[in-house]
Design a protein around this ligand. Structure first.
Ligand SMILES: C[S@@+](CC[C@H](N)C(=O)[O-])C[C@H]1O[C@@H](n2cnc3c(N)ncnc32)[C@H](O)[C@@H]1O
Length: 403
């Protein structure tokens, strides 16, 4: 046996020992270490994959989301997660979910082989970390939302690129979305007419970064932007396109003594939903229906905050959005863009996937530092600072000011 083989077998032993420890043990590892371990194992798995496995894994990857939807729709993942570590029998699960017992066995075999559930014995299955994630309201909402809204656009990508001679996707009126959904309505107009899809979009958007650091973990917002010259009427934080207002709530919780107004702006149908069903902790946050393609009504705010807004849009629309803010800014106002800054090499898979998903659905994109600089320059803004807060991810806050 050559030395690398010995080393490989020792790694196998180590990994198996770690995998066999209870998920509680693994869950107790610090989040940064856990992410490093997960990423290293993922890379190792790809680097050692056999040719035939690569092909089969890739061609059958379209089964993954539909079968996850089955597990979500039948509430199988929820039932398993509710057992709190206890195993359940196949027949019991079949009866709870009203799924044929033979089909249930086949489904569980699939979920087990992809690590989505654990198998204790021939007839017994139990929840693991993946089952629990898919049983969460955000996980369920995401699976419904992607199945209903995103998949047709993602599937249309190859045909769209063929049709357009592999040009870059940069026209919001002509992107795979329109081809996949056979619609001339842009995503946000389409979803407005589908309250059921919107009801899945909102909880997913609010929770999509759960478990990850947020900008407030890296920035002392009060010290940086709202420590001097503020009074009760000063608009300190305007969350533009802030959806459920989860970042406004996080700000209030982080700085309970923050003086000034915290304002959530979004499209009318979103604000209506927020006002009807406010998320916990929303008290004291001001809501405002506002279209960011019109002049910004709140003047002289300390921070105009946009998280994952500009990644939805091509450059032309981003410049329009930024110019609408710029005309409301006071000299001390700052624009905070909470976005990914794509590194020129080694971008994270969450970033690259999001880039092409945004391209497919909205003709949007994730941008590199050079692309952000050029975009802000075109809106007559300058970058004051880029705060990287995402650890191994590419999440940043770009602070911009008037030139
Ligand atoms: C990707 S979501 C980001 C939500 C939130 N900022 C976050 O990071 O969780 C984009 C948001 O932009 C809002 N939006 C889209 N078009 C808008 C418009 N013209 N004016 C205001 N908000 C808009 C959507 O309703 C949605 O809440």
């Amino acid at each position: 046996m050559n030395p690398i083989e010995n080393e490989a077998l020792a790694v196998v032993d180590g990994l198996e020992a770690l995998t066999k420890s209870t998920s509680g043990d693994l869950g107790s590892i610090d989040a940064g270490t856990r992410r490093k371990l997960s990423e290293a194992a993922r890379r190792l798995s790809l680097a050692t994959e056999a040719t035939g496995d690569t092909i089969v894994r890739t061609i059958l990857s379209p089964l993954q989301l539909p079968l996850t939807l089955v597990g979500v729709e039948t509430r199988l993942f929820e039932f398993l997660a509710q057992q709190e570590g206890k195993a359940a029998k196949v027949a019991e699960l079949a009866s709870m979910t009203k799924v044929d017992v033979v089909l249930m066995r086949r489904l569980l075999r699939y979920y087990q082989s992809f690590g989505m559930v654990d198998q204790l014995a021939e007839d017994q299955y139990l929840a693991n970390n993946i089952t629990s994630a898919l049983a969460l309201p955000a996980g369920r909402a995401a699976v419904f939302f992607y199945s209903e809204a995103m998949v047709p656009a993602l599937n249309a990508l190859p045909q769209f690129l063929r049709d357009t001679g592999y040009s870059n996707i940069a026209d919001k009126a002509n992107c795979p979305w329109s081809l996949g959904h056979q619609t001339d309505k842009q995503f946000f107009e389409w979803i407005k007419e589908r309250p059921n899809v919107l009801s899945h979009f909102m909880p997913w958007i609010s929770n999509q970064r759960d478990g990850l650091p947020i900008f407030l973990d890296a920035i002392d917002f009060k010290k940086e932007f709202a420590s001097q010259g503020v009074n009760e009427s000063t608009p300190v934080f305007v969350d533009i396109g802030g959806a459920a207002g989860h970042q406004c709530v996080a700000l209030r919780q982080k700085h309970p003594d923050l003086i000034g107004r915290v304002i959530l702006q979004d499209r009318e149908e979103v604000i209506q939903e927020v006002e009807t069903r406010p998320i916990p902790g929303f008290e004291g946050i001001i809501t405002q229906s506002y279209d960011f393609f019109t002049p910004q009504p709140v003047e002289g705010a300390r921070a105009y905050y946009l998280r994952q807004i500009l990644h939805d849009w091509p450059d032309i629309e981003c410049i329009e959005i930024l110019k609408n803010i710029k005309s409301a800014m006071a000299p001390e106002s700052r624009i905070l863009l909470d976005e990914m800054v794509v590194p020129e090499s080694g971008a994270h898979w969450r970033t690259t996937q999001m880039d092409l998903a945004m391209g497919s659905v909205l003709a949007g994109m994730e941008r590199s530092q050079a692309e952000w600089e050029s975009l802000l320059d075109k809106a007559n803004l300058k970058i004051m600072k880029i705060w990287r807060y995402g650890g191994q991810l590419d999440d940043c806050v770009i602070v911009a000011a008037q030139k």
